[in-house]
Ligand binder design. Sequence first.
Ligand SMILES: NC(=O)CC[C@H](N)C(=O)O
Length: 305
Amino acid sequence: MQAILDEIVATIGVSNDRGKVADYIPQLACIDPNQLAISVALADGRVFSAGDHQQLFSIQSISKVFTLTIALGKLGDGVWARVGREPSGDPFNSIVQLEHENGKPRNPFINAGAIAIADAIMVGHQPKETLAEILQFVRFIADDESICIDHNVAESELKTGDRNASLAHFMASFGRMNNPVDYVLGTYFHHCSIAMTCQQLAKAGLFLAGDGENPVTGTRVVSARRARRINSLMMMCGHYDGSGEFAYRVGLPGKSGVGGGILAVAPGHASIAVWSPGLDEVGNSKLGTEALEKLVQQTGWSVFA
Ligand SMILES: NC(=O)CC[C@H](N)C(=O)O
């Protein structure tokens, strides 16, 4: 495995065509695009990494997998009254479907859906309490107490978050927000601003590769059925309007973030985190996707194999 990862970083890491760093969040615009990292956490507890795998990055929308998991724990199937389970086929920050679909986001991974999920898990709590709960959950699944929120990124998003504020207010106009919109947005921006290394992220995804149980710590996070369902949502919706392309090229459930990270799950085998800040046209890590494509070719881990 180490040789495979070293080879992936050596070949893909030299690419001149690295995509474009997200610049609508000023704090992300200044990240050096010449970075690439990959970590594979195997079901037997071994973790292999290559490239800049010790570097912290903004997990952004990958956090939506964790907030969905928390929401399912709190609301069970009640989650599906708040968001759907269908791919949107539209950009991650699109507002158009909300008008025709009664303010109900298509899925929990587009921005509107994740904002609705943030509202759902607040259940009357203050943003601080909700964020503490989210952070505690992420630290628990990653088995790492050092994971934190990057407050500079959160502030930066807050200042330039007009689109997300529009989505939230638009949903509120359909009576779909239980908490003050500003509180929900504050929660959403901060959970998107959790900073992790590839190694930490790969470990955090292990429960999804292990039928809901972290195979290393032996702790059950969700039921096997719930893990399968989260994986299926990642497969269908995790890369927005690039989900079909990702399934075609990589063939694993995955969730991307505009920080350039991707969490991918090879059920029964491994949890994989990749990071390279340059994004393709739809906002998914360009080299990260290429690295995963190569890894799956070498390991045969595609769920369609
Ligand atoms: N695709 C993403 O990672 C988007 C998340 C980002 N926080 C936003 O709201 O725009």
